[in-house]
Structure formats: structure tokens, C-alpha cells
Design a protein around this ligand. Structure first.
Ligand code: IPM
Ligand code: MG
Length: 360
């Protein structure tokens, strides 16, 4: 039997509800695949601020480091939005990413035929969309120095952030992206703002150099404004996209929405070594927290991604993904993906439907 230590970070808002479903699903597939999970739940985000006064307690980071993989649900909410930056849930998430050196964020956006109706775009535009956004996660303007709000001698305030990438940072995310593209349809589009920004010029030069090592992958470059337009105009032209932290944050939300609901999409954050973090792309949805309305599927699919990428258990991952397809095929829908004639379920109900689909 294979034993795994998994750290659970349920976080805030709908986080605990969807995490509970993911844990049940993992427990359900453990025995048939001869796996055993030791789950440790730790505090992070607003929940950690309330309990300990900080968004990422040292013990949480230590627990994560000491595990085979980390499952994170969602963090944040209006309750903490007015706090100073070091006391905000998002600061805990950024601390986790940098603390575990999770420089590569993989965000797949694949449209499921069962959910074509749920997209806000025409079915013929989105049908067949299958995009992998590879977002750099521990550099760029999110972490660059100097940063802050400074006062001039005249007393005027200036807000400053710095977008900076070193060759090393660009090369390592570039390699992850080329490798990912290689396993997909061998097409990589690097997105930047090289017509304006020096940091993007270096990015483009390094990615172009790297391409020599991946002759089987077709590389293209696109400015971010055009990429945003192309994503909603003709998304099928994309296979793998690689981009920096801020541009990737924005484009991955747009790519996610092509599929109908951001409530469907998982993600993986990986470093060179050590445990990865697997989490839904969506946020903590405080407006529906505790009402049994959340869609647990992105969380469940994140658990499947963890099985596949971190634990090498792709057969178990396949089985979970199959169960998700099956419940959608049956017409089971949470409110975010509801359409006429379908069968409305809450978070719990969707969890039960998945458990049933797994056992047949
Ligand atoms: C994401 C989120 C985070 C980010 C926030 C919550 C800090 O939007 O994971 O995309 O900007 O990276
Ligand atoms: Mg985001």
C-alpha cells in the first residue's frame, strides 16, 4: 500500500465545504487503488488571521513542507479586505507560493461538451477549446522590489511596484512550458508586452533562445492585449500559453471563463523539488459560503491533478475525472453551471452524486 501525507488548507468562504467533498472522494478511491492518505488540516488565509493573527503561520508552512502534496481550497473575503497588506489572506497565499518556491502554475482550461451551454460565448467558438496556461508564479511584479507607497518631500504619495525577471527565472518557467507543450499539441504561445516593456523584451529573447532545445514545439509570441482579444475571438488557436505572473493572472481568468464556469477548473503550482500545491482557480465566493451552493468540481479535479502530477497515480486521477464527466452527463448541475432541463444540486448533493458515480 502506498501512503501519502497530504496537507489540507480549507481556507475561507466556500473553502471548507468544497474541501470536505474532495477529501471524501480521495477516501473513496483510496482502497480500490491500494492508497492511504494521512490528511493534516492547517490554517491559512482569513481563517489563520482570525485564529493566530497571521495569514500563513510558520507551523502551516512547516506542515506543507513536510507533506507529499498540498490541497488548497480558497482564501479571502470582505472581512479582511481592509486590513493592512501583511494581514491579508492573499499575503498568506503569496507567502506559501514563495515559501515552497512554486514558480510554475499550470492552469488547464478545457471545455467539456456537456457544458457547452454554460459558456457565455457561442458554442462554435468554444467547442473543442483545450488550453494550458503556464503562469510564472514567484516573480514579476508580484514580488519585485522596490515596492510600496512612498511620500515625496513635497508630501505627495507614489505607489510603486517593480516588474522584474531574471534570465534564470524566465528559463526555468520556459522549460516547464516547452515540456508541457511537448506533451500536448506541440504549440507554445509566449505572451508579453515586449513592444513597451524591457522586462518583456528579455522574456521574449530568452524564450526564443530556449526554443532551440525544443525543435518539435512550434513557438509563437503574442502581445498581451492581442492575446486577450484572441482568447475571446478564436480561442481554439491556442494550445499551451506561457506568460509572467501578472499577465498570467489575468489571462487565466479569461481562459477559465471560456469553459463556462470558473467553478470547474483546477490548477497545479509546482517547484523544482518539494511538494506542489493543488487548488481551484476560483476564489472563496464569500457571497454563497455556507449555503450549500458551491460547485465542488474544481476542487475535486484539483485532487485528481494532485494524484496525477504529484503522486504519479494517474489511474486514480482518471477514475475521478471520469466520475466528474459522468455526473455532468447525467445532467447534475450546481447553480453556477445550471441550464434548462438539468438537475439542480447543491455542493453536498454534487459530492454524493460523485461518490455514487465512483462506486459503479
Ligand atoms: C490567483 C489569485 C491570486 C493571484 C490572488 C488571490 C492573490 O487571483 O491565484 O489567480 O493574484 O495570484
Ligand atoms: Mg487570479
Amino acid at each position: 500500500m502506498q501512503r501519502y501525507r497530504i496537507t489540507l488548507l480549507p481556507g475561507d468562504g466556500i473553502g471548507p465545504e468544497i474541501m470536505a467533498i474532495a477529501v471524501e472522494i480521495l477516501e473513496a478511491i483510496a482502497a480500490p487503488f491500494d492508497l492511504s492518505f494521512d490528511f493534516t488540516t492547517a490554517l491559512m488565509g482569513g481563517a489563520a488571521i482570525d485564529a493566530t493573527g497571521e495569514p500563513l503561520p510558520e507551523v502551516t508552512l512547516a506542515t506543507c513542507r513536510n507533506s507529499d502534496a498540498v490541497l488548497l481550497a480558497a482564501i479571502g473575503g470582505p472581512k479582511w479586505d481592509t486590513q493592512p497588506r501583511h494581514l491579508r489572506p492573499e499575503t498568506g497565499l503569496l507567502g506559501l507560493r514563495s515559501g515552497l518556491e512554486l514558480f510554475a502554475n499550470l492552469r488547464p482550461a478545457k471545455i467539456l461538451p456537456q457544458l457547452l451551454d454554460a459558456s457565455s460565448l457561442k458554442p462554435e467558438v468554444v467547442s473543442g477549446v483545450d488550453i494550458m496556461v503556464v503562469r510564472e508564479l514567484t516573480g514579476g511584479i508580484y514580488f519585485g522590489q522596490p515596492r510600496g507607497i512612498f511620500s515625496s518631500e513635497a508630501g505627495e504619495q507614489r505607489g510603486v511596484n517593480t516588474m522584474v525577471y531574471s534570465e534564470t527565472e524566465i528559463d526555468r518557467i520556459g522549460r516547464v512550458a516547452f515540456e508541457a507543450a511537448r506533451k500536448r499539441r506541440q504549440k507554445l504561445c509566449s505572451v508579453d508586452k515586449a513592444n513597451v516593456l524591457e522586462v518583456s523584451q528579455l522574456w521574449r529573447d530568452r524564450i526564443t533562445l530556449l526554443a532551440q532545445d525544443y525543435p518539435d514545439v512550434e513557438l509563437s509570441h503574442m502581445y498581451v492585449d492581442n492575446a486577450a482579444m484572441q482568447l475571446v475571438r478564436a480561442p481554439k488557436q491556442f494550445d499551451t500559453i506561457v506568460t509572467g505572473n501578472l499577465l498570467g493572472d489575468i489571462l487565466s481568468d479569461a481562459a477559465a471563463m471560456l469553459t463556462g464556469s470558473i467553478g470547474m477548473l483546477p490548477s497545479a503550482s509546482l517547484g523544482a523539488t518539494g511538494p506542489g500545491v493543488f487548488e481551484p482557480v476560483h476564489g472563496s465566493a464569500p457571497d454563497i459560503a455556507g449555503q450549500d451552493k458551491a460547485n465542488p468540481l474544481a476542487m475535486v479535479l484539483s485532487a485528481a491533478m494532485m494524484l496525477r502530477y504529484a503522486l504519479g497515480q494517474s489511474a486514480a486521477a482518471d477514475q475521478i475525472e471520469q466520475a466528474v464527466l459522468q455526473v455532468l452527463e447525467q445532467g447534475d448541475r450546481t447553480p453556477d453551471i445550471m441550464s434548462a432541463g438539468m438537475h439542480p444540486l447543491g455542493c453536498r448533493g454534487m459530492g454524493n452524486a460523485l461518490l455514487k458515480a465512483l462506486s459503479v
